[in-house]
Design a protein around this ligand. Structure first.
Ligand SMILES: Cc1cc2nc3c(=O)[nH]c(=O)nc-3n(C[C@H](O)[C@H](O)[C@H](O)COP(=O)(O)OP(=O)(O)OC[C@H]3O[C@@H](n4cnc5c(N)ncnc54)[C@H](O)[C@@H]3O)c2cc1C
Length: 297
């Protein structure tokens, strides 16, 4: 039985840039309010980190595909392979749509200059993207050293283990009491046989050898591995949105509205938690903020 039917679209056109959880939720809320919504997504498939980052064994693709097809059934137009800044500009979107919502997330993995002479080194989210894109059919090393202790580091470590990597070690600068990964991710990763070393920060990296020092104590540690993976954070790529106020990875907004009144922002690029639940919450609230703005216009 078809539950979702496209509703009326008589309130004008809205563009959303980025089809991650924030953009997808905003498209649903705006569609329910009577807007004709188009989602512009640079990748060939929608979902943001739900599709390209979080491993399949934690979030089956069929669940995501089901949710997205319901959104399309509601009448939201999805334009994948459209990168705003390359395929079209923000100025063009502003001309063609009553308002634009930016939900572009933190799409690029960070690196550390210390690892410039290390090899082979891969960025955590690139590894996860590659593993998902090939449904896990990738060559895995016999040993891997992951730098970082957040949920992304845990996802890389558990993915490597699930794919058959024998020895996986995570080294984090935080000590256990303040570990950034969630307890659930930490314990699941440990249960898979990953070694987690806390309180050590890298001081030198040459070839496949990394030296660490303890953050408080006089200890030093040197580890080698067939592959090094950096899980040291993600940042936003906001060059295409010149004109809106940006502070590091955060777009400055007043209740989701940027200094340009027709441009709004939500998800990981606004202040607050970097979680799926928070992205969805901000997507919904930003959609309502757009509605209020346009009702008053
Ligand atoms: C590996 C990993 C694991 C995680 N695990 C969890 C977890 O277990 N629980 C949790 O709550 N959170 C988790 N997170 C965090 C969570 O995924 C993010 O907080 C959430 O996805 C943010 O949603 P978003 O919509 O703001 O951005 P994103 O999910 O990043 O989506 C942004 C979208 O915008 C697109 N885009 C970017 N630039 C452009 C452009 N110029 N033009 C068009 N499209 C563009 C991107 O391709 C992407 O599809 C994880 C993140 C990662 C990386």
């Amino acid at each position: 039985m078809k539950v979702y039917q496209p509703g009326r679209k008589d309130k004008g056109k809205i563009a959303i840039v980025g089809a991650g959880p924030a953009g997808l939720q905003a498209s649903v809320t705006l569609s329910n309010l009577g807007y004709d919504v188009t989602l512009f997504e640079k990748e060939s498939q929608p979902g943001g980190w739900l599709r390209h980052g979080i491993p399949e064994f934690r979030l089956p693709q069929s669940v995501l595909d089901g949710e997205i097809s319901r959104i399309v059934e509601m009448g939201v137009t999805l334009r994948c392979g459209c990168e705003v800044g390359k395929t079209m500009t923000l100025a063009q979107l502003k001309d063609d749509y009553r308002a634009v919502l930016l939900t572009v997330g933190l799409s690029k993995g960070a690196t550390l200059p210390l690892f410039n002479d290390a090899s082979p080194v891969e960025i955590a989210v690139d590894f996860l993207h590659r593993a998902r894109a090939h449904s896990g059919n990738i060559t895995v090393p016999q040993s891997a050293l992951i730098i970082g202790g957040g949920d992304v580091a845990m996802d890389v470590a558990s993915t490597l283990k699930v794919l058959g990597c024998e020895s996986v070690t995570c080294v984090a600068r935080e000590e256990l009491a303040e570990f950034p990964a969630s307890v659930k991710e930490f314990t699941t990763t440990q249960a898979l046989g990953v070694s987690i070393i806390d309180g050590f920060t890298p001081t030198a990296a040459v070839g496949n050898k990394v030296t660490f020092k303890h953050v408080r104590l006089p200890g030093e540690l040197t580890l080698t591995a067939e592959q090094i993976i950096l899980a040291v954070g993600q940042h936003a790529e906001l060059e295409a949105f010149a004109g809106i106020q940006v502070q590091r990875n955060t777009v400055e907004t007043q209740h989701y509205q940027t200094a340009d009144p027709a441009v709004f922002a939500a998800g990981d690029i606004v202040q607050g938690d970097k979680t799926v639940v928070y992205a969805v919450k901000t997507g919904k609230e930003a959609a309502q903020a757009i509605h209020h703005y346009l009702e008053e216009a």
